[in-house]
Design a protein. Structure first.
Length: 173
């Protein structure tokens, strides 16, 4: 799976920023109940001297390195690589419900190990200690999936700064 978008941000007749965003993922099942995922997200943008509002990079929405949830790294260009190895531990229906569109509540549980790496290029880093450096982390977690693609991710990560953290996410990767 590969997606890309060419975006122009700004007002007509004023400064703007052109961005090329891409996302690529490869998902495999090497053995029964085992799953791997490799996901890359990135952005290239021009020009470099645009208002701060257009410079968001890692640390917002789904573009972050796990283990750096409390950090925002702004810049012109960025890339993040995510690696996952998970195994299906539990797959069952827990409850029978009296609702027409949701007659039962399916639940799946996937323990996992993961590793992430990211980089933000910032022409004007200021006092940012993480811009223009490779940041990386690794950890353990569990994904809990239910009806209508509801996904809860509980992850313990250690980053390259030596910080540990337990994080709860209510979205996909």
């Amino acid at each position: 799976m590969v997606t890309y978008a060419l975006v122009r941000k700004g007002l007509q007749g004023m400064d703007y920023q052109a961005q090329l965003r891409t996302e690529a993922g490869q998902f495999n099942q090497p053995w029964p109940k085992w799953y791997t995922a490799i996901i890359f997200r990135g952005r290239l943008s021009t020009p470099d001297d645009v208002p701060y509002y257009f410079r968001t990079a890692l640390g917002t929405k789904t573009d972050y390195v796990r283990g750096y949830e409390y950090y925002v790294m702004d810049g012109d260009h960025y890339g993040v690589l995510r690696l996952n190895l998970k195994r299906e531990l539990f797959n069952s229906t827990l409850f029978r419900l009296p609702f027409r569109y949701l007659p039962s509540l399916p639940v799946r549980v996937y323990p996992k190990v993961f590793a992430d790496a990211g980089y933000v290029h910032d022409r004007f880093p200021g006092n940012s200690m993480l811009s223009n450096k490779i940041v990386y982390s690794a950890g353990l977690g569990v994904d809990i999936l239910s009806a209508y693609d509801v996904k809860i991710r509980i992850e313990f990560a250690r980053n390259h700064l030596g910080e540990n953290g337990l994080f709860l996410h209510l979205n996909s990767e």
